[in-house]
Design a protein around this ligand. Structure first.
Ligand SMILES: NC(=O)c1ccc[n+]([C@@H]2O[C@H](COP(=O)([O-])OP(=O)(O)OC[C@H]3O[C@@H](n4cnc5c(N)ncnc54)[C@H](OP(=O)(O)O)[C@@H]3O)[C@@H](O)[C@H]2O)c1
Length: 326
């Protein structure tokens, strides 16, 4: 079956796919010639040729795509709402990335929200799953949360969900240039620049690390030490300073990988129940995100390269999302 890629988003998440291309097999979804890689993106595509039962031409889908004009897939287990790409080279890759959701059967789909779905959905559902994990673990007994890269979409979606829970203080750590933007989101109880960490109370805390910056991680662990009840390694927005855990005070960071938690919750609840819960929370979240996220459209290789390099250099504006078409 041939998919024509229509539009896709680029955020720091896609830079992380490239950084972790080898370590986490992100290069293996859409293999390229030796020495090259295709960075996966999330977006919409249309079925332009199909020999697959149950997925006719004209079907529009949302899913994991190459930043290219077309993708050949082998649909398997088609249902009115989705199918899975059963191409052999994807068989061992995390299932969450191999599923294509039909717009005519999807619970949360609204045409007017396509740009928001492109830009926010993979980050939002990660945050939904982190919020669920924290609740499930009773916040590891902590009174507060500290979230790094607080201006990122992943972090702000988590802060948005946590702000609806009683009794948990949510602190955002961000770069000085993003403090004002992050405060204006109004989902953090406090926003502080990375350098001002030691102005915070030393109450029991969980660290949700979206920045992945070794210096910030070490400072957070050093400051809270045995008051740190859990440390979740979620992202790597600060690509310049990767590094192992080294000798850290407090608990060892635990890697949070959304596809693993997604699989667990699909088993605990049922895939239908899980999808319904995520869809129910998505609608109000999108309404909130529309207030601060403006969307810029671009097309063709030059625009894709320009936005990719902006993101790579950390020059992107967190208030602007880029929707691109090949
Ligand atoms: N583990 C999982 O399953 C999972 C799932 C989804 C996403 N993630 C990860 O979450 C992270 C956030 O992704 P996103 O798409 O939400 O990000 P985004 O919205 O594009 O984030 C933009 C923010 O990231 C920081 N940043 C970006 N590039 C930087 C650079 N070169 N130097 C310093 N800071 C930089 C800045 O925040 P500050 O100034 O606030 O630091 C910037 O405002 C990514 O690493 C992504 O891979 C993980």
């Amino acid at each position: 079956m041939l998919l024509a890629v229509d539009s896709f988003g680029l955020t720091t998440n896609n830079i992380t796919y490239a950084l972790m291309g080898e370590a986490m097999n992100y290069w293996n979804f859409f293999p390229a010639e030796e020495g090259w890689g295709r960075v996966p993106v999330w977006g919409f595509a249309d079925v332009v040729a199909s020999k697959a039962d149950g997925v006719p031409e004209g079907t529009r889908v949302y899913g994991y795509l190459p930043p290219a004009s077309h993708l050949v897939v082998r649909p398997d287990r088609p249902s009115p709402s989705d199918f899975v790409d059963a191409s052999p080279h994807r068989a061992k890759l995390p299932a969450a990335y191999n599923r294509y959701i039909r717009t005519d059967g999807e619970l949360g789909y609204e045409e007017a929200n396509e740009d928001q779905q492109i830009l926010l959905w993979p980050l939002y559902f990660t945050s939904f799953l982190i919020d669920d994990l924290l609740d499930d673990e009773d916040f590891f007994g902590a009174k507060g949360m500290v979230i790094s890269s607080a201006s990122s979409r992943t972090s702000s979606a988590l802060a948005y969900l946590l702000s609806q829970r009683e009794g948990i203080e949510v602190i955002g750590l961000t770069s000085p240039r993003n403090v004002e933007f992050t405060e204006n989101l109004r989902v953090y109880d406090r926003v502080v620049p990375y350098e001002a960490l030691d102005s915070l109370e030393r109450d029991s805390t969980v660290y949700v690390d979206v920045a992945g910056d070794a210096k910030v991680r070490s400072a957070v662990h050093g400051y809270w030490a045995d008051q740190l009840k859990h440390s979740a390694a979620v992202g790597i927005t600060h690509k310049g300073d990767l590094g192992g855990s080294g000798e850290l005070a407090g608990p060892k960071p635990v890697f949070f990988f959304a596809p693993d938690r997604l699989r667990k919750r699909a088993q605990d609840w049922s895939p239908e129940d899980l999808n319904q819960r995520i869809a129910d929370a998505w609608r109000p979240y999108v309404e909130w995100a529309r207030r601060w996220l403006s969307v810029e459209h671009g097309s063709g290789p030059k625009d894709v390269e320009r936005i990719y390099l902006e993101l790579l250099d950390g020059k992107s504006d967190p208030a602007v999302g880029h929707v691109l078409s090949p």
